[in-house]
Write a protein that binds this ligand. Structure first.
Ligand code: NAP
Length: 320
C-alpha cells in the first residue's frame, strides 16, 4: 500500500517517519519545505542513520498537485499532519488559517474520494472552545470555538465529512514531541535558564506524546488494510468518523512543568502556580480540556500510555 504523509516535517510528521521506518508499506513524506538540520539530527539519533529524512514537496492547498501526486504514486491512504498550528497568530491570519485548516483537508478528502481511499486527519480540542464543561469530553460534545484556530479546524472536519471520503478524524490536545516547537521543549529551556517561573494551574487537560498518537494511527492503518482484504466491495470503511486521543490522565500546565523539571533534573528553577489572567492571550483557552478516549480504545483496541510515562520517554530522548 502506498501512503502519503503531509506536513512530514512537523512534530507529528517526524514521528510518522520514525514509527513507519520498518513498515512493508511505501511511505512518501511531503511538506512545503525540507526538514531542518535539527530535525534530521534528531531523526538519526532516535531511528538510525538510515531513517528517511527526504521530503517530497507538496503544498496541500493545491488540489491539482495533490491529485497528480496521488495518481503518479497510486496513493490509497493520506495521513494529514499538516496544519496552521499557531493558535494566537491565527487571530490575525484568518485567511491563511482557513486555507490550511479547512480548504486543504477538503482537497485531501476530494483526492481520496476520487480513488476510494482513506484520509486520516488530525483535529483539536479547540473545536469545543469556551462552553464550560467539567467531565471528559466525548466526540458529540456541543460547543463552539472561541478563536480562529478552533473555528478553522472545525471547518476542516466539516469539509471532510461533507466530501464523504473514508475518513478517520482524530482530535488531540497538548501535543509534544522531540521535534519542532512545543511546551516540553520550551519548559526544558526555561527551567534551565530562569531562576523563577510562573505557570498556569487553572487550565487542565492531558498531554499527548506525538509518538503515541502515531502508534494509534498505525493501528488504524492496519485495521483499514484488513478491511480491504476482507473484500468489502465497494469499500465503505465502517469505522469512518471522529475520535478522541490523548495520553491517559489529567494535569494542569503547572503539573506538566513540575514533571518536566523532575524528569530533566532541572529543579533549581522555582516554578510557581498562577492564574491564566496573568498571561493575557488573544484566544480564550479551555479551562477543562480532557478528551474521553473510550471510543477510539473500544473501536480499534488501542492501549494508551499514562502521560508521565510518555513524558519521561520523550525527555530521555531529548536530553539523553
Ligand atoms: N501542536 C498541538 O499542541 C496540537 C494540539 C491539538 C491538535 N494538533 C493538530 O495536530 C496536527 C499536527 O500538529 P503539529 O504540532 O505536528 O504541527 P506542526 O509541527 O506545526 O507541523 C505542521 C507541518 O505542516 C507544514 N505545512 C504548512 N503549510 C503547509 C502546506 N500548505 N502544505 C503542506 N504542509 C504544510 C508545516 O510547515 P511550516 O512549519 O514550514 O509551516 C509543518 O511542517 C495538526 O493538525 C494540529 O492542528 C496540534
Amino acid at each position: 500500500m502506498n501512503i502519503l504523509v503531509t506536513g512530514a516535517n512537523g512534530q507529528l510528521g517526524n514521528e510518522m517517519r520514525i514509527v513507519s521506518k520498518n513498515s512493508e508499506d511505501k511511505y512518501i513524506f511531503t511538506d512545503v519545505v525540507d526538514a531542518s538540520e535539527e530535525s534530521i539530527a534528531m531523526l538519526k539519533k532516535l531511528a538510525g542513520e538510515d531513517i528517511c529524512a527526504d521530503t517530497t514537496h507538496l503544498d496541500i492547498t493545491n488540489l491539482d498537485a495533490i491529485r497528480d501526486m496521488v495518481k503518479r504514486n497510486d496513493i490509497k491512504i493520506i495521513v494529514n499532519c499538516a496544519a496552521y498550528t499557531n493558535v494566537d497568530a491565527a487571530e490575525s491570519n484568518q485567511e491563511l488559517a482557513e486555507l490550511l485548516n479547512a480548504k486543504a483537508p477538503e482537497n485531501l478528502a476530494i483526492a481520496m474520494k476520487e480513488v476510494n481511499g482513506l484520509l486520516i486527519h488530525i483535529s483539536t480540542d479547540y473545536v469545543f472552545g469556551g462552553d464550560p464543561y467539567n467531565t471528559p469530553c466525548k466526540e458529540d460534545q456541543k460547543g463552539a470555538p472561541t478563536g480562529v484556530y478552533g473555528l478553522t479546524k472545525l471547518h476542516g472536519e466539516q469539509n471532510i465529512q461533507r466530501v464523504g471520503c473514508n475518513h478517520v478524524i482524530i482530535r488531540t490536545a497538548w501535543l509534544y514531541s522531540e521535534f519542532g516547537k512545543n511546551f516540553v521543549k520550551t519548559m526544558l529551556n526555561l527551567t534551565a535558564t530562569k531562576p523563577q517561573l510562573k505557570v498556569v494551574f487553572d487550565q487542565v487537560g492531558t498531554p499527548t506524546y506525538a509518538y503515541d498518537l502515531v502508534q494509534t494511527i498505525m493501528v488504524i492503518l492496519e485495521d483499514y488494510k484488513n478491511s480491504l482484504t476482507a473484500n468489502l466491495s465497494p469499500l465503505t470503511y465502517a469505522k469512518s468518523g471522529i475520535y478522541h486521543f490523548s495520553n491517559e490522565g489529567v494535569c494542569s500546565w503547572y503539573d506538566f512543568t513540575k514533571m518536566i523539571q523532575e524528569y530533566s533534573g532541572q529543579t533549581a528553577c522555582d516554578v510557581q502556580p498562577c492564574h491564566s489572567d496573568e498571561f493575557p492571550s488573544p484566544v480564550k483557552r479551555p479551562a477543562y480540556s480532557v478528551l474521553d478516549k473510550t471510543n477510539i480504545k473500544e473501536t480499534f483496541g488501542v492501549t494508551v500510555p499514562y502521560w508521565t510515562d510518555s513524558l519521561r520517554q520523550c525527555i530521555t530522548n531529548l536530553i539523553g
